[in-house]
Ligand binder design. Structure first.
Ligand code: NDP
Length: 333
């Protein structure tokens, strides 16, 4: 499969270029950047044959089957719609769009065109999370009473750009991190939050967007979910916990881009460490995407997963802004 990168981004440079190339028969032939010089430099640095500044031209000229979209969030919708119209498979970064309606339109357009659409939710590819999901699905902790997500991090200096000062580009910890937590909780529990309450703060890291949030989600089964996301916590450890009628799963250091962390299961027999596989998260995501494009299976997180994670984040934002409980609107999905 021949790929074009839409966006000369850090996530592509740090993870996705290698992940795409890790799949046999996969090449990256072009990159799109709004800046010709940076695009050319990025192409040279990463061994990509061509760089473009015009999306329509790239879609018309470059020999590509698929695009990976990792521009800032406000650009995803228009870029995905253009790529889908050109018949390209799309792997899109989270959050898929600035509104649920836009995200739903992208996903419906891909289905109508018959191209594969994936959302780059990496966490559900982690060996840790796959092991946790298996434990829950196999009844290791019985009925799940509650879940807690700890996703308060220290935003690296290099990422303190649009994420902390540009709401128009999709900045803010809620669009950035709540979407991942929503996808991960949905992945583990196999159900979608119905209603949320939330609080947010702006601690001064940036301007105009929230840099910390806490929320509580009501699930159809009655499981209580509590989440904490932040850009300002230099020493907090990430983690996720599920507590059930027969046991508890506690995981630390697992809300991360790398195959690391620890998972423990505690039940009537005591506490034991849970083994897990240590493959690359993004590599697995790309393997499953390629298989889906061959007609085998589905992407790890598909377009509907991306719409739903965005819908939860939008509800959390509306709840934090209003101080009221907000029903999650899944845009018809
Ligand atoms: P970057 O800030 O690195 O890239 C976003 C855009 O900024 C690029 O498309 C590029 O524009 C421009 N840009 C990048 N580097 C520079 C630079 N040195 N100087 C000037 N402009 C620059 O964003 P991220 O890679 O952090 O995020 C991109 C997308 O990926 C977002 O949607 C984000 O939410 C998502 N993401 C997902 C992750 C995941 O694990 N799934 C992790 C990190 C991000 P141009 O293309 O026009 O050159």
């Amino acid at each position: 499969m021949r790929w074009a990168l839409i966006g000369a981004s850090r996530i592509a440079a740090n993870y996705m270029i290698d992940a795409i190339r890790s799949v046999e028969g996969s090449t990256i032939t072009a990159v799109l950047s709004s800046d010709a010089a940076r695009g050319a430099d990025y192409a040279r640095t990463h061994g990509i044959a061509e760089s473009y500044t015009d999306l329509d031209r790239m879609l018309a000229e470059a020999e590509i089957d698929a695009v990976y979209i990792s521009t800032t969030n406000e650009k995803h919708h228009a870029e995905a719609m253009a790529a889908i119209a050109a018949g390209k498979h799309v792997m899109c970064e989270k959050p898929l769009a600035m509104t649920v309606a836009d995200a739903a339109e992208m996903v419906r357009a891909a289905a109508e065109k018959g191209v594969v659409f994936g959302t780059n939710h990496h966490l559900r590819n982690a060996g840790t999370h796959l092991a946790i999901r298996d434990l829950i699905a196999n009844g290791a902790i019985g009925n799940v009473l509650s879940a807690r997500v700890f996703h308060a991090v220290n935003l690296p200096e290099v990422l303190r750009g649009w994420r902390i000062d540009n709401p128009g580009a999709g900045g803010g910890v809620i669009p950035d991190i709540v979407v991942h937590d929503a996808d991960t909780v949905r992945f583990h529990l196999g159900e979608d939050p119905v209603e949320v309450v939330a609080r947010q703060t702006v601690s001064g890291l940036g301007q105009g967007v929230e840099d910390s949030a806490m929320s509580i989600w009501e699930m159809p089964s009655g499981t209580m979910v509590q989440t904490h996301e932040s850009f300002t916590h230099a020493f907090a450890e990430t983690g996720i916990e599920f507590h059930g009628t027969k046991g508890s799963i506690v995981a630390r250091g697992v809300m991360t881009q790398n195959p690391v962390g620890e998972v423990w299961l505690t039940d009537e027999n005591g506490r034991k460490s849970v083994p897990y596989e240590t493959h690359g998260l993004y590599e697995r995501s790309m393997r499953l995407f390629h298989a889906a494009a061959r007609g085998e299976g589905r992407p790890s997180a598909d377009g509907v997963d991306g719409v739903k994670s965005l819908a939860v984040a939008m509800a959390v934002k509306a709840a934090a802004d209003s101080g009221k409980a907000v029903a999650v609107d899944y845009g018809g999905f």
